[in-house]
Ligand binder design. Structure first.
Ligand SMILES: [Fe+2]
Ligand SMILES: [Fe+2]
Length: 329
């Protein structure tokens, strides 16, 4: 815990980048009451999201489902995503509290405080949408909970920022961009647009922090950090659609009154292989680079000497990330 001596002698990171993000946190500030029009009701049968958004929804078997079943699966997967995102907001808020307390840099403390406010607002808005939908919350995926438990157990500022602001915020950007592009209900369009602006700032802090850490590290630590995070990113990179267990989708089909839900879900899982292959191909040719790869590139993890030393210079996803244009979606 800080003493007055510590607070009187706080340092500034000296780069100006984080201070710029803190200033934007003020000019980008938004009010869920004023800036979102809640007057449009959430009708019970409204899928709220365009076709092609829900997991497995680009498969032929899904597309052939009755309209009512598609609407049910879309609503359930949307409320599942919101419930998972809401938990993620609370994790991010908690990490910001800890980073704010532990950091010895004044601009980093200020950024953590502003981010905590953003995350609290996001959790509030997602709760309001879930309430308006009147959907029973979906149980959080055990793997998601395990990841968040791992993050909540972190104690050092570099570990917390690498996990939360650098990595998880990048994953969240993929999910939110995909959701924003498919949102049909006006509240969702507004909320995802505003949230994305906030999350992009949070991720900007993570990328800036990691880049500065790498620049200050000796070669051994720099390589170790790059190896650890490129390993994770290259293994788990999935891009747009959050992977949803097929057992959950099977249950949603059953709830919607689809007779042969188990067999149909099996077909959907098989057909999903081609969808994932197309996403992978887009990442490899650089036409759609997942955000976590872009963040790794921007933070300096794909510097030529690192890729050479780690034997990753020819990894297809690295080649795609380096080929992809900065503004590619
Ligand atoms: Fe958030
Ligand atoms: Fe965030």
């Amino acid at each position: 815990m800080s003493k007055t001596f510590d607070l009187l002698h706080l340092r500034h990171s000296g780069t100006g980048l984080v201070e710029g993000l803190f200033k934007k946190a003020h000019s980008h500030n938004w009010d869920p009451e004023r800036d979102v029009d809640w007057s449009v009701p959430f009708e019970a049968e409204d899928p709220l999201m365009a076709s092609g958004w829900a997991p497995y929804s680009r498969t032929a078997t899904y597309k052939a489902l009755p309209k009512r079943a598609r609407a049910h699966v879309t609503r359930r997967s949307f409320s599942f995503m919101l419930n998972s995102l809401r938990l993620g907001e609370l994790v991010a808020e908690e990490i910001c509290f800890k980073v704010g307390l532990k950091s010895r840099l004044s601009d980093h403390k200020a950024h953590a405080a502003a981010q905590a406010m953003d995350e609290a607002r996001h959790a509030f808005v997602y709760t309001r949408i879930l309430d308006a939908m009147e959907e029973t919350p979906e149980e959080i995926d055990p793997r998601t909970r395990a990841t968040f438990d791992q993050v909540l157990a972190l104690e050092t500022v570099p570990d917390m920022v690498a996990w939360e602001q650098f990595y998880l915020e990048s994953l969240a950007m993929n999910v939110l961009r995909h959701a924003k592009a498919h949102a049909r209900h006006p509240v969702l369009k507004q909320v995802f647009t505003l949230n994305l602006r906030d999350e992009s700032r949070h991720m900007g802090f993570g990328v800036t922090y990691v880049a500065e850490q790498l620049a200050q590290s000796d070669e051994t630590d720099r390589m170790a950090f790059a190896r650890r995070w490129l390993d994770q990113i290259l293994t788990l990179s999935f891009g747009q659609q959050d992977p949803t267990a097929i057992t959950r989708v099977t249950r949603w089909l059953f709830e919607a009154g689809v007779d042969n839900s188990v067999a149909l879900a099996g077909h959907m899982m098989q057909e999903q292989g081609a969808v994932l292959q197309a996403e992978y191909a887009a990442a490899v040719d650089g036409s759609r680079v997942p955000q976590e790869l872009k963040s790794a590139r921007r933070a300096g993890l794909m510097a030529p000497d690192i890729l050479e030393a780690l034997g990753l210079a020819r990894h297809p996803l690295i080649v795609g990330a380096l080929r992809g244009r900065e503004d590619a979606a």
